[in-house]
Design a protein around this ligand. Structure first.
Ligand code: C5P
Length: 414
């Protein structure tokens, strides 16, 4: 699912130092397949050159509400009729005040007023003492109540050298938020429990057994489920990945036994459970309490089986939709169908870990979905983000089929 492809984005830049970051934001949107146009306040032009924006967007920059675009086209009317969303980034305290009070005395404030039927996203950035001013807070509250969207600011070092709350959020978070705004909330009122990443089974205080899972697929599913309105609980083995806090409960674990405990805790009230973690099948019976010294003798390590978490979830299944992963190197379909039966699954996601562009560590995947009715669908190479949406699309379809009462009941409550 391409959430951004073909979307028309109007970015209004106001006069804060963070304006220098916006050309990069424009590049991110263009790379995602959007058409972008930029508008600036007079003060924004002190921080960035309109020529940069024109080059990146391929459109003239809107600078003045009284300069006609073509013959009789009035810029704020034409541009707001054209766009699918207006993003104000960075949004200064000044523009928030104008927007909250209904003032339209320059191009950007007029664009905001003229965008009454489309989403507006504000990304505030200012010194923290300005941001924490009760008047700014009140203006933001008014704009939120009116139905406008906000992202950030975040805590950190600001341009003036001070630390505090007021930095423009990461540009990728702005892109993610826009995707959020455009996504249908078809997982609203569902709790989705997802496991991701490898587990680490200690040998001694400094060594452990693990595998090559990066966690990318599970994290991509967590983000997509959150974007689609789900309440997400992500139980993650050790990874280097980060995830937005808003809407996702992240629980970090190390070992399979810790993962099992957390999953059992949240399983009873989950609607959808996706085991994307590469749980280690074996652990040492008892890790050595001290660092092992090397010797020239052969060293034998005794390993015992870890519990098969997915299998025991299958045994306890009530109304949950249960999804497993299978990293296979051969006999994909036969092995997967057997696993569905053995573990009482509703769906299995198979990836061929022999291929260099699928499975562990990489950002792409080539998946095959097999449901419990034996229906198979193969997908071409795609980003893990798109694969996540394909998996969730299938889960929603399956849920409607397997538990129509449950599905309708949930929707009634929304
Ligand atoms: O049987 P196999 O290990 O191939 O099954 C993989 C699936 O089982 C994955 O969904 C994985 O998260 C889950 N699993 C588990 N507990 C284990 C091993 C794997 O839940 N000990």
């Amino acid at each position: 699912m391409d959430h951004l492809r073909g979307k028309k984005i109007l970015i209004a830049i106001t006069g804060g130092i963070a304006a220098y970051k916006i050309p990069e934001l424009i590049r991110l949107f263009v790379k995602s397949g959007c058409e972008v146009r930029a508008a600036v306040t007079e003060n924004a032009c002190k921080f960035i050159q309109p020529l940069t924006l024109e080059t990146l967007t391929g459109h003239p920059v809107l600078r003045n509400e009284f300069t006609l675009i073509k013959e009789s086209q009035i810029p704020h009317i034409e541009a707001t009729a054209w766009c699918d969303i207006l993003i104000v980034a960075p949004a200064t305290g000044n523009i928030l005040g104008k927007a909250a009070s209904g003032i339209a005395d320059d191009l950007v404030s007029t664009l905001i007023m003229a965008t009454s039927q489309k989403p507006i996203l504000f990304a505030p950035a200012m010194n923290s003492r300005m941001y924490l001013n009760p008047i700014v807070k009140r203006n933001i509250a008014v704009l939120k109540e009116t139905g406008h969207f906000f992202i950030g600011p975040e805590e950190g070092e600001m341009a003036c050298g001070e630390e505090g709350l007021g930095r423009l959020v990461l540009l990728t978070c702005i892109v993610e938020k826009v995707k959020d705004i455009f996504t249908e909330k078809d997982l609203h009122n569902n709790t989705i429990l997802i496991s991701a990443g490898p587990t680490q089974e200690p040998i001694d205080p400094v060594r452990y057994i693990t595998n090559r899972s990066s966690g990318k697929m599970g994290y991509a599913i967590a983000k997509a489920a959150k974007r689609r309105g789900g309440r997400v609980i992500l139980i993650s083995g050790p990874t280097r990945l980060s995830i937005p806090k808003e809407g996702i409960t992240l629980i970090r674990v190390k070992t399979a036994l810790e993962m099992e405990r957390e999953i059992y805790e949240h399983y009873p009230y989950s609607d959808i459970v996706i085991m994307a973690a590469a749980v280690a099948d074996y652990r040492t019976n008892r890790p050595f309490p001290h660092k092992l010294k090397k010797s020239d003798r052969v060293f034998q390590l005794e390993l015992v089986r870890n519990p098969d978490i997915l299998k025991s979830l299958g045994g306890k299944k009530e109304t949950q939709i249960l999804v497993g992963f299978a990293a296979e190197t051969e006999n994909f379909e036969k092995n997967a169908l057997q696993k569905i039966k053995d573990k009482n699954l509703d769906l299995i996601v198979v990836n061929n870990v022999n291929l260099p562009d699928a499975g562990f560590e990489v950002d792409t995947n080539r998946i095959m979905l097999i449901d419990r009715f034996g229906k198979i669908r193969r997908f071409p190479l795609q980003s893990k983000e798109d694969a996540a949406d394909a998996i969730l699309d299938k889960i929603i379809k399956l849920k409607k089929k397997i538990r129509p009462e449950n599905h309708n009941e949930k929707n009634k409550r929304t």
